[in-house]
Design a protein around this ligand. Structure first.
Ligand SMILES: *Cc1c(COP(=O)(O)O)cnc(C)c1O
Length: 463
C-alpha cells in the first residue's frame, strides 16, 4: 500500500514512512492511494470476534509490508490490554434506534487512546528495527497530550515531551500527564496559552538543526496511522447492529475531523453506513461549511466541550481531497487561500459530493448542558459534554428504521465540572484510576521561549 499527499507534491511513501513522517513535505496530509474493500462476506465474518481480531483484519490491508502480521497482531494486542472493558468499545442503548458507542474505556478516558495506544506500539517496533531513537513533542489542550504520554511511557526508543498551557488544563488532564514516573516522559507546563504551545512546537519543527539532532517527530491527529486505528470501531459497532445486512448511521462529536473521517474510510471499505453526521459545538466552522459552502475562520470561543474548540479543522483537508476527485492541485489552492485570506469557498460540485456523505448539526452551550441533564433522566446515562453534543445531534438526525450510533468520546469524569453543573452529580473516576489524585506529580514549568525549551529537551531526553 502506497500513501500520497492531499496536495499532490510530496514523495509517495509506505505506511511506515507515512506514520513516522506525519505531515507531508508539501504541507499536505497522507492518504492511501487506493482504499481496500471488504466484501459483505468478509464483514459478516467479523460478527462476534474479539475487538483485537477485527482490528487486525481491518488494518492489515493498509499496512502493506511495513509490519508482518505477527508484529501487527502483537502491537494491537498490547495496545488494548490495558483497557477497562473487555469489549473495548461497548455499545449501550439510549432510546429505540439510538445507541451510544463508549470510546472512553482506555487509560486516559477519551477515544484518542484507541489510536494512540496502537501507534505507540507500532513506532516502537519500527524504530527498534532501524536502531533509531526519536523525540516526540506534542502541544496539547488536554486530551491528546495525556493519550500520547500513556501510549509512549516506558518505550525504549522514544522520549515523549508534552507542552501544555500552565493553569489552563483540568486537574484530571494535568495529573494524567504529570503522574507517570517513567524517565522518558517529560511534562512541561508553559507560561502561555495553548496557541503559544502550538507556536513553539511549530518553531521547533522549523528549526531543522534541532529537529535532526533530537529526531523530532509528531503524533498529532493528522497522522494517518491514527485515523486508521479509528476505523475499527465503526466496524465492530455496525456489525453488532446487523451490518452488512442492515445499514447504520453514525453521529460524531467533531473537532479536527479525524474521528469522523475514519467513518468515511469504513464506508469506502464497504461498510453500509447510511449517514455520517458531524456534530459541532459553538465552534461550528464545519457545520457552516457543510451548510453554506463557506469555510471561514472566526476565532475560537472557549466552550464546556474544549476538545472540540477549534478554529480550523485539520483533517477536513482529507475530506476535501475526495470531494474534489482527489485533485491535489485543487486542494493546495484552497489551503493557500485559507492561509492568505482566512477562508475559501467550496465549489458547487465538491459541496454536493461532501453532502452525499456528511450532514451536520451545531449545539449551543446551553443545549449541551440541557442534554446532559435530560439524558440522565431519559436513559440513566451520564454524558461528558462532548458526547452530549453528539447525542443531541444524533437524536435530531436519527431516521428509523436505520439505527443511529453516537460516539461517546470521553468519560464524564474527565470533565467533572461541566457534568456537575448540569446534573449536581460529580462523576467518579473508574476504580482503576481512583488514586490519580494521590500520585506524586512531576512537571517542569517553562517560559514561552524557544531556545530555553530546546535546551531543556536536549538535556532531558535519554541519549
Ligand atoms: C479529540 C476529541 C474530539 C474531536 O475529535 P476529532 O477527531 O478531532 O474530530 C471530541 N471529543 C473528545 C473528548 C476529544 O478528545
Amino acid at each position: 500500500m502506497r500513501y500520497i499527499s492531499t496536495r499532490g507534491q510530496a514523495p509517495v511513501l509506505s505506511f511506515g514512512e507515512a506514520m513516522l513522517t506525519g505531515l507531508a513535505r508539501d504541507g499536505g496530509l497522507y492518504v492511501p492511494e487506493t482504499i481496500p474493500v471488504m466484501t459483505p462476506a468478509d464483514i459478516a465474518a467479523l460478527a462476534g470476534l474479539p475487538y483485537e481480531e477485527v482490528a487486525l483484519r481491518v488494518m492489515k490491508p493498509f499496512v502493506g509490508d511495513t509490519f508482518t502480521e505477527a508484529e501487527l497482531k502483537g502491537a494491537i494486542d498490547r495496545a488494548y490490554a490495558g483497557f477497562g472493558h473487555v469489549a473495548r468499545a461497548p455499545l449501550v442503548q439510549l432510546a429505540p434506534g439510538h445507541f451510544l458507542l463508549e470510546l472512553f474505556h482506555g487509560p486516559t478516558l477519551a477515544f484518542k487512546d484507541f489510536a494512540m495506544q496502537v501507534i505507540g506500539q507500532l513506532f516502537q517496533i519500527a524504530l527498534a528495527k532501524e536502531g533509531r531513537r526519536i523525540t516526540i513533542v506534542g502541544a496539547t489542550s488536554g486530551d491528546t497530550g495525556s493519550a500520547a504520554i500513556e501510549a509512549f511511557r516506558g518505550l525504549d526508543n522514544v522520549d515523549v515531551v508534552i507542552l501544555f498551557p500552565h493553569g489552563r488544563v483540568s486537574d484530571v488532564q494535568r495529573r494524567q500527564m504529570t503522574t507517570p514516573s517513567e524517565s522518558n516522559v517529560h511534562a512541561l507546563a508553559l507560561d502561555g496559552t495553548f496557541d503559544d504551545c502550538q507556536n513553539r512546537l511549530k518553531d521547533m519543527f522549523n528549526d531543522f538543526a534541532f529537529r535532526d539532532e533530537v529526531g523530532l517527530a509528531g503524533v498529532n491527529s493528522i497522522n494517518w496511522a491514527r485515523v486508521l486505528a479509528q476505523v475499527v470501531y465503526y466496524f465492530t459497532a455496525a456489525v453488532s447492529l446487523g451490518a452488512p445486512a442492515r445499514k447504520v448511521s453514525f453521529t460524531v462529536p467533531t473537532g479536527n475531523f479525524g474521528d469522523i473521517f475514519a467513518g468515511f474510510i469504513a464506508r469506502e471499505m464497504g461498510l453500509p453506513i447510511d449517514k455520517l453526521v458531524v456534530a459541532t459545538n459553538q465552534n461550528d466552522i464545519l457545520h457552516r461549511c457543510l451548510t453554506t459552502g463557506e469555510y471561514r475562520m472566526d476565532g475560537v470561543k472557549p466552550s464546556i466541550s474544549p476538545s472540540m474548540d477549534i478554529q480550523i479543522s485539520s483533517n477536513f483537508e482529507r475530506a476535501l481531497f475526495w470531494a474534489y476527485g482527489r485533485d491535489g492541485a485543487a486542494v493546495a489552492q484552497l489551503m493557500d487561500e485559507l492561509k492568505a485570506q482566512g477562508g475559501f469557498t467550496v465549489s458547487q460540485g465538491a459541496l454536493q459530493a461532501l453532502r452525499e456523505i456528511y450532514t451536520s448539526g451545531r449545539v449551543s452551550e446551553q443545549e449541551t448542558s440541557e442534554t446532559i441533564t435530560q439524558e440522565l433522566t431519559r436513559s440513566g446515562e451520564l454524558l461528558c459534554p462532548h458526547s452530549a453534543v453528539g447525542v443531541r445531534v444524533g437524536h435530531a438526525h436519527a431516521t428509523a428504521p436505520v439505527p443511529m450510533v453516537t460516539l461517546a468520546t470521553a468519560h464524564p469524569a474527565k470533565f467533572p465540572d461541566a457534568v456537575q453543573a448540569a446534573t449536581g452529580i460529580r462523576p467518579a473516576l473508574p476504580p482503576r484510576m481512583a488514586d490519580l489524585f494521590d500520585r506524586p506529580e512531576r512537571v517542569t514549568r517553562v517560559p514561552n521561549d524557544l531556545s530555553a525549551l530546546e535546551a531543556l529537551i536536549r538535556e532531558r531526553r535519554r541519549h
